[in-house]
Design a binder for this molecule. Structure first.
Ligand SMILES: N[C@@H](CCC(=O)N[C@@H](CS)C(=O)NCC(=O)O)C(=O)O
Length: 212
């Protein structure tokens, strides 16, 4: 299978995490999101993914988009190291934590949104950074509160789940934009424990071949 992604993309990071946690071999095809206006907008890539977003996973000639759909597909097809609990109510809880980050936070800090703020609305770097800090803090405040009820070693109990897969890229992003994380002790403790896992290190942005 081939993963089309970008080292710093949160959604690509999620799929890499699932692949490494499940120890599934894959080829990696970098799509540079910034160079020459962004390779995601070029027709070759748009034929694969008309949304001009990464990741895309090609598996058995099937072209898949949306990281959470890809990850749930992988989880169903390759049940080793499951990323969702077995009980329906627990599965719903883990999905809800994952969506809190992947559906509510990541989209408002996506590259094309930031480019629109700076390029079209003429926001200054300071205003753009305020935007990022505002949404990260709003999201992490609620997430921290939820984690005090759900977390064990990881976001939901003591197994790595889809919720951790969504947390890791958002913390990477928050640190990249220098959002202070002192108010989120449970979240940062979970994040710290995740760093000890080999698949997490393999999937980290700076360890990808296209990292600059
Ligand atoms: N909901 C999508 C989000 C995909 C997405 O936002 N990808 C970003 C990188 S994390 C992207 O390709 N951005 C390119 C752009 O904004 O032009 C998913 O989970 O796959």
């Amino acid at each position: 299978m081939t993963l089309y992604g970008y080292w710093r993309s949160s959604a690509s990071f999620r799929v890499r995490l699932a692949l490494y946690l499940k120890q599934l071999p894959f080829d990696y095809q970098p799509v540079h999101l910034v160079k020459e206006g962004g390779e995601q907008h070029q027709s070759a890539y748009r034929q694969l993914n008309p949304s001009s977003l990464v990741p895309t996973l090609v598996i058995d000639d099937k072209v898949m988009h949306q990281s959470l759909a890809i990850i749930e597909y992988l989880d169903e097809r390759y049940p080793q190291s499951p990323l969702l609990p077995a009980a329906p109510d627990e599965r719903a809880s883990v999905r809800a934590l994952a969506y809190d980050l992947a559906c509510e936070l990541q989209p408002v800090t996506n590259l094309r949104v930031l480019q629109y703020l700076s390029g079209t609305l003429n926001c200054t770097d300071q205003q753009r950074n305020n935007w990022i800090h505002h949404w990260v803090n709003k999201s992490f405040t609620a997430f921290e509160q939820r984690l005090t009820e759900t977390a064990g070693d990881y976001c939901y109990g003591d197994s790595v789940t889809l919720a951790d897969i969504c947390l890791l890229p958002q913390v990477y992003n928050a640190q990249r934009f220098k959002v202070p994380l002192d108010n989120y002790p449970t979240l940062t403790a979970v994040h710290e424990r995740l760093q000890h896992l080999n698949p997490v290190q393999q999937a980290r942005p700076e360890n990808q071949p296209d990292a600059q």
